[in-house]
Write a protein that binds this ligand. Structure first.
Ligand SMILES: Nc1ncnc2c1ncn2[C@@H]1O[C@H](COP(=O)(O)OP(=O)(O)OP(=O)(O)O)[C@@H](O)[C@H]1O
Length: 376
């Protein structure tokens, strides 16, 4: 049973649950405005680290103001449990927004502002789940994101509970010439065959490639680039970009959410957290897996994984264990999007592949550059 009242808010309904707590639709009794209220779980999941993350989410967002970044209003504590009040987004997470057959749940084009030159739901099916595991045992600062996972190099496999069945990507090895040149032009289009059989339940190419869906995908990507350009411009790295942390409202306006893991680059601790792994496995850049210093280019890698998945219907890397996934991310090339989806959009495919290059220097360097490449 959800609580009836949380601080000055009356709870109206449950919107969804994530790793740390539950998000409610609630009415601010002082203003009669509706808000989304994130309340941390009262059970074992609520610990000092979760509370710190919520506090950090508030501190991070309270000074930001951008149409594509969720707004926060206040934080508080209700019967000892911390909560965060934020802008209520009437819409869908990015994955559900671009689900095949979701057209009937969104408004027709025209209800949103077309992209101008850059002015400059957590759902059980989305991700591997957030992780914040130690990867070494040496003198780590407990004050940050480490959790109660074993510290011996093993990982909580519950984080993989939602993983899709793994695929044999070996068949692509050697056949995928992604080009070594930095430019999009340098990207070698994959040969039309051989092609691995799609896993059972995989979306059909013709559904993935419907022009209306691709239009929505591109528009959403442009808006995410605007949000990323803004937060990176403020010295912030999101560090946990994934489809369930992006919502699209009924007017097709995108919001970047869930800044509980975000870090300011100016904060030294943010870039010298060697040995700590924070983020969601599937979307983590190689340098994030290696515990190296992160910058905005790591978010761009995650954006590339999202784009790759939404174009091909499959993640670029897939495995049954974290270690195998990381090995693939660090050492292997993903199958070309256009080998998985023969008639996929070549421009979007090129952008996705350049975003998921292993070396940050080989990727687009800024969200503005991605925006421009998507607009070509
Ligand atoms: N501001 C909001 N407006 C409307 N719905 C929201 C809002 N914030 C979250 N939700 C809904 O609540 C769900 C849970 O959100 P929450 O941030 O707790 O978890 P998550 O991001 O899905 O997972 P995790 O935080 O564990 O990565 C979301 O998937 C979304 O459907």
């Amino acid at each position: 049973m959800p609580p009836k009242v949380i601080g000055p808010y009356r709870v109206l309904e449950t919107l969804g649950s994530g790793g740390a707590g539950t998000v409610y639709r609630a009415l601010d009794r002082r203003t009669t405005d509706e808000v989304a209220l994130k309340l941390l779980s009262a059970g074992p999941a609520r610990d000092a680290r979760a509370a710190r993350r919520l506090a950090r989410e508030f501190d991070t967002l309270v000074d930001l103001s951008h149409p594509n970044v969720v707004k926060v209003f206040e934080s508080g504590v209700h019967q000892g449990v911390p909560y965060l009040a934020m802008e209520l987004i009437e819409g869908l997470t990015l994955r559900h927004y671009l689900d095949l057959g979701s057209d009937d749940r969104i408004s027709p084009p025209g209800g949103h502002t077309p992209r101008s030159p850059l002015s400059v739901l957590r759902t059980a099916d989305d991700d591997f789940g957030p992780s914040s595991h130690r990867i070494s045992d040496d003198s780590m600062d407990e004050s940050e994101d480490s959790d109660d996972s074993p510290h011996d190099g093993t990982f909580g496999l519950e984080a993989f509970a939602e993983e899709a069945p793994s695929e044999d990507l070996e068949s692509f090895a050697g056949g995928a010439d992604l080009g070594s040149d930095d430019s999009l032009e340098g990207f070698a289009l994959p040969p039309p065959t051989p092609r691995a059989p799609p896993p059972e339940g995989a979306p059909r190419d013709e559904d993935l490639n419907r022009p209306e869906r691709l239009g929505r995908l591109k528009d959403a990507m442009l808006q995410i680039c605007e949000a990323l350009a803004y937060i990176h411009g403020h010295g912030l790295v999101h560090r946990d970009l994934k489809p369930s942390n992006i919502m699209v409202d009924d007017d097709r306006q995108v919001r970047l959410m869930d800044f509980g893991l975000a870090k300011f680059l100016a904060d030294d601790a943010a870039i010298t957290e060697a040995g700590k792994l924070v983020g969601t496995y599937r979307y983590m850049a190689p340098e994030q897996i290696l515990g190296e210093p992160l910058d905005g280019r790591s978010d761009l890698y995650s954006l590339g994984v999202i784009l790759y998945e939404l174009l091909s219907g499959r993640p670029p890397f897939d495995a049954n264990t974290p270690h195998e996934l990381w090995r693939q991310v660090l050492e292997t090339e993903p199958p070309p999007v256009l080998a998985l989806n023969l008639h996929g959009d070549p421009q979007l495919a090129r952008v996705a592949h350049r975003l998921i290059r292993k070396e940050p220097d080989d990727r687009f360097q800024t969200a503005e550059e991605v925006y421009e490449a998507l607009s070509e």
